[in-house]
Design a protein around this ligand. Structure first.
Ligand code: ZN
Ligand code: ZN
Length: 217
């Protein structure tokens, strides 16, 4: 598995181009901004994009979806619970004084346990609400090292906000405890913002994960 990270836009969100070296098939996770740059990068790698996924519907993770939808005729996947957040994009944009980006049709609803196939890579959709109601993470447990694309749930040293529309700190701690703290230490975490990290490092040092380990006791 190859992962190319493009940090895009004023929110510096991470767009990931995940590809299978053998088949040259690829997946784009979180087309947050700078659609032309993402498309050029994919073309430079010579990839055939099979799917585009939004971990959640915040403006900094979906603003370039119209550009990608016109460049690649493939389904765009998101969790169904996230639609109200995504469809509220005009208000999201207004909060930051931005022009609202276009909205695309979500061609594929992704649910917990769904399998994502990209060439010889196999990923699994995990519903990880808390930062947003239909937030999802994509786990590639069979890779070496294994990897998870966590959206805005878990960052190096921090976690995502829980004060936005549809967010819930209760769900956030539930997600951290029942999903992330159950992963092995060697899993590489690709976050929606900032550098990548590992579950082991976060388990030892992230104050929110330390708190989550006590959650519900
Ligand atoms: Zn977000
Ligand atoms: Zn974000």
């Amino acid at each position: 598995m190859r992962v190319d990270t493009l940090t895009v836009g004023m929110f510096q969100s991470n767009c990931f181009v995940v590809s299978c070296g053998k088949t040259k098939k690829g997946l784009v996770i979180d087309a947050g901004d700078e659609g032309d740059r993402i498309v050029e990068h994919v073309e430079g790698l010579g990839l055939k994009i099979e799917m585009i996924i939004a971990t959640h519907g915040h403006i900094d993770h979906v603003a370039a979806l119209p550009d990608l939808a016109s460049a690649f005729s493939v389904p765009i996947g998101m969790h169904e619970n996230e639609l109200p957040v995504y469809q509220n994009i005009r208000q999201q944009a207004a909060l930051f004084g931005l022009e609202p980006p276009g909205i695309v049709e979500i061609g594929k609803f992704l649910s917990d346990g769904d399998t994502i196939t990209v060439g010889e890579l196999t990923g699994e959709v995990i519903h990880t609400p808390g930062h947003s109601p239909g937030g999802i993470s994509i786990s590639f447990a069979e890779e070496n090292p294994p990897a998870i694309f966590a959206g805005d749930v878990l960052f190096r040293g921090s976690i995502g906000r829980t004060d936005l529309m549809g967010a819930s700190s209760r769900q956030m701690f539930d997600t951290l405890k029942t999903v992330f703290l159950k992963l092995p230490d060697d899993v590489v975490v690709y976050s929606g913002h900032g550098p990548e990290t590992t579950i082991g490092f976060e388990r030892r040092t992230n104050p929110f994960l330390l708190e989550a380990s006590q959650w519900g006791l």
